[in-house]
Write a protein that binds this ligand. Structure first.
Ligand code: HPA
Ligand code: ZN
Length: 326
C-alpha cells in the first residue's frame, strides 16, 4: 500500500502545534536535571503513565507541570529543535508554532528568553533543514484579559518575531468575547488572528471567534457541525479548521477515530487540515495523525491531496511562496 509513503512525502504545513506540547518525557527529565528542578514524578515511565486524560483540563494540568522545567533560552531552543527535526521527517515544509508565554513569565522566565530560544530554532530549521517555521503567540484564556494585554505589551519589542496571536487553554467558561479588546489591539497591529473554538466549547464560541475576534482560522472547530448555518458559512468563506484527530481521541472529544467527524467536515466542503496539537502527549506527530485518521476513516489519496493543499493554502505565508508549493 503506497498511501503511508504518500502521506509522509507530500509537502504539507502544520498549523496547530503547541511547542510546549512537543516536550517528550525524556526531555522533561533531562531539563529537570540540567536546571535542578524537582518533578513530582519519579521516572520517565511514571510521567508517561500519567498521560491518561479524561478531558481538556486533565491534560492541561499535566502539560503546565511539564513546562515547569523550561527556564533558559537553551531549553526553549532544544524543545523547538527536537520538534523541527520531527517535522522535517514527516514531510512538513512549513509550520506555525503556538507558544504560551504566560506559562513561563508567570514563573519568572523573561519573555525575551522564551522568544529568543524559539526564534533561534526556527532560523536554524530554515537554514539547516529547509523547513519554514513561524511563531504564533497564544493567550491563556483561563487568565484575565488584563493579563493578556500585559503580555502583549511585553511582546511588542519582539513584534517582528511572531506572525500572529491565538487563544488556548480551558475553553468552557472562557468564551472568545472575553478577549475582544486584546484581539482588537492585535488586529490594529497587523497580526494574524486565530483562536481555539469548538473543541469542547459550543458552536456559538466559533461564531463569536469569527464575529467578535475576527479570526482567520478556527483551531479545532469540530463542534461546528451542531449548527448547519455555521457549517455553510465556514464552507462559503473557506475558513480553515485546524483539526487535531489524535488530540480529540485522547481528550475524549470523540470516543474513537472511527467516530471522528473529519471526513464529514471534508465532505461538507470545509477547509479541513490535520495537525498534531500536543504530539508528546497525544501519541504522535503529524504523520501518526495522518495514519490514524486515514485508517480510522478509510480515507484515500484524493483526501490526502486535499488535506495537504488545504494546509498550505490556509497557512500565513505570502501568496508567492504558496504558489511555489501548490
Ligand atoms: N486546547 C486548548 N488549549 C491547549 C491545547 C488544546 O488542545 N493544547 C495546548 N493548549
Ligand atoms: Zn491546541
Amino acid at each position: 500500500d503506497a498511501l503511508p509513503a504518500l502521506l509522509k512525502a507530500m509537502p504539507k504545513a502544520e498549523l496547530h502545534m503547541h511547542i510546549e506540547g512537543s516536550l517528550e518525557p525524556e526531555l522533561i527529565f533531562a531539563l529537570a536535571q540540567r536546571n535542578g528542578v524537582q518533578l513530582s514524578y519519579p521516572s520517565v515511565e511514571a510521567l508517561r503513565a500519567a498521560y491518561a486524560f479524561t478531558d481538556l483540563q486533565s491534560f492541561l494540568d499535566i502539560y503546565y507541570a511539564g513546562a515547569s522545567v523550561l527556564l533558559k533560552e537553551a531549553d526553549f531552543f532544544d524543545m523547538a529543535w527536537a520538534y523541527l527535526l520531527k517535522a522535517k521527517e514527516d514531510g512538513i515544509v512549513h509550520t506555525e508554532l503556538f507558544f504560551d508565554p504566560q506559562t513561563h513569565t508567570e514563573r519568572g522566565v523573561p519573555f525575551e528568553v522564551v522568544i529568543k530560544g524559539l526564534t533561534r530554532a526556527c532560523e536554524q530549521a530554515r537554514t539547516e533543514l529547509g523547513v519554514s517555521a513561524s511563531l504564533i503567540m497564544c493567550f491563556l484564556r483561563h487568565l484575565s484579559e488584563e493579563d493578556a494585554l500585559k503580555t502583549l505589551e511585553e511582546a511588542l519589542p519582539y513584534r517582528d518575531l511572531f506572525i500572529g496571536v491565538g487563544l488556548d487553554s480551558s475553553e468552557r467558561g472562557h468564551p472568545p468575547e472575553k478577549f475582544a479588546r486584546v484581539f482588537a489591539r492585535c488586529r490594529e497591529l497587523g497580526l494574524h488572528l486565530v483562536a481555539h473554538a469548538g473543541e469542547e466549547g459550543p458552536a456559538q464560541y466559533i461564531i463569536n471567534a469569527l464575529d467578535i475576534l475576527h479570526v482567520e482560522r478556527i483551531d479545532h472547530g469540530v463542534r461546528c457541525v451542531e449548527d448547519p448555518a455555521l457549517v455553510k458559512r465556514l464552507a462559503e468563506h473557506g475558513t480553515a479548521l485546524t483539526v487535531c484527530p489524535l488530540s480529540n481521541i485522547k481528550l475524549c472529544v470523540f470516543d474513537k477515530m472511527e467516530q471522528h467527524n473529519l471526513k464529514t467536515l471534508l465532505d461538507q466542503g470545509l477547509k479541513v487540515t490535520i495537525n498534531s496539537d500536543d504530539p508528546a502527549y497525544f501519541g504522535g506527530y503529524l504523520h501518526a495523525n495522518f495514519l490514524a485518521t486515514f485508517e480510522g476513516l478509510d480515507l484515500d489519496a484524493g483526501h490526502a491531496y486535499t488535506l495537504a493543499r488545504n494546509s498550505l493554502e490556509a497557512s500565513f505565508v505570502s501568496d508567492e511562496v504558496k504558489a511555489g508549493w501548490i
